[in-house]
Design a protein around this ligand. Structure first.
Ligand SMILES: [Zn+2]
Length: 171
């Protein structure tokens, strides 16, 4: 699946987790939960049948832009949570495809593993579709991710910078 959609699920996970408990213990648990949920959802979405709506260059730019926007709109106190969620949601691709992409796009000779670590990137378990089949399922999947992420952003805005109130220091 395009990285852009993985970034969306990472942001959504962070948004959902933000309002949950704020003691130091909770904060640590949330980082772990966000990271794990990110990896888990990455697997689920890669397993389900999907096309790749964006070419990898466009995909990478969208993903980076979305990441910057997410951090830009987020309270600084939640940056680690956003970071953990995003890191989990893109980690499988970083490990399995990062070296190849760095080589193709930047000409960097990053050593890659001789096998893919995550089962949803193996031929048997990957839902990647390249022959034009399963178009409806793929469209439903992508639209659902966008819609659910949008709904979550709308319903749980507490991660984002509060508007108004002028300059309040010490908070
Ligand atoms: Zn993947």
């Amino acid at each position: 699946m395009n990285i852009t959609f993985h970034v969306m699920t990472g942001v959504a996970a962070a948004v959902v987790l933000t309002p949950v408990g704020n003691s130091p213990k909770w904060k640590a648990a949330k980082l772990l939960a966000g990271f794990s949920v990110g990896i888990f959802l990455h697997g689920v979405f890669d397993y389900l049948p999907h096309w790749h709506p964006f070419a990898s260059g466009v995909d990478l730019m969208l993903a980076v832009a979305m990441t910057l926007v997410a951090f830009g709109f987020t309270e600084r106190s939640e940056w680690t949570l956003v970071g953990a969620c995003l890191f989990g949601s893109i980690l499988p691709d970083l490990i399995d495809f990062g070296p190849t992409m760095a080589d193709i796009m930047l000409g960097l000779p990053v050593p890659s593993l001789p096998f893919r670590v995550f089962p949803w990137h193996w031929e048997n378990y990957s839902g990647s579709v390249y022959d034009g089949s399963n178009g409806t399922a793929s469209a439903v999947l992508h639209i659902s991710i966008v819609a659910v992420t949008g709904l979550i952003l709308f319903l749980w805005p507490s991660m984002f910078k509060r508007n108004g109130g002028g300059h309040k220091n010490g908070k």
